[in-house]
Design a protein around this ligand. Structure first.
Ligand code: ZN
Length: 127
């Protein structure tokens, strides 16, 4: 029995090692980045876990270090005047080195733990 257990352990270790070499499955249906990075805050190559909302928007600023500002434009219906008003919301999001989203690119961002006072999203895909 003991020998069987040891063999099982070694096989599981090998499998996990193989997975670590490849891109990590972050649990959502997005195309993984082509480059590799050694960023600890990268959801694909680091330790950052993603959960919660997924938002699609356009990058409007990349002036902060490893951070992009993502703008989302949407319509809010006004019942009294029976028409929609345009609204805009902005989300600071972490920009991993392997993705490296630039200004004017359409991106998908996903919620993660708070990385700073205002930043709790990370870029997961350039659409
Ligand atoms: Zn990465």
């Amino acid at each position: 029995m003991s020998t069987k257990k040891t063999t099982k352990r070694t096989t599981s270790k090998k499998k996990s090692a193989k997975k670590a070499e490849k891109k990590k499955d972050i649990g959502i249906d997005v195309a993984p980045p082509k480059k590799e990075c050694s960023d600890p805050n990268c959801p694909f190559h680091g330790h950052l876990k993603v959960r919660g909302q997924i938002i699609k928007g356009r990058v409007v600023s990349e002036s902060s270090h490893q951070t992009v500002i993502v703008e989302r434009r949407y319509l809010k219906y006004d019942q009294k005047y029976e028409r929609s008003e345009r609204r805009v919301s902005r989300y600071p999001a972490y920009n991993p080195r392997c993705i490296n989203a630039t200004v004017n690119s359409e991106v998908r961002i996903m919620e993660c733990r708070p990385l700073s006072k205002t930043k709790s999203f990370v870029v997961v895909e350039v659409v």
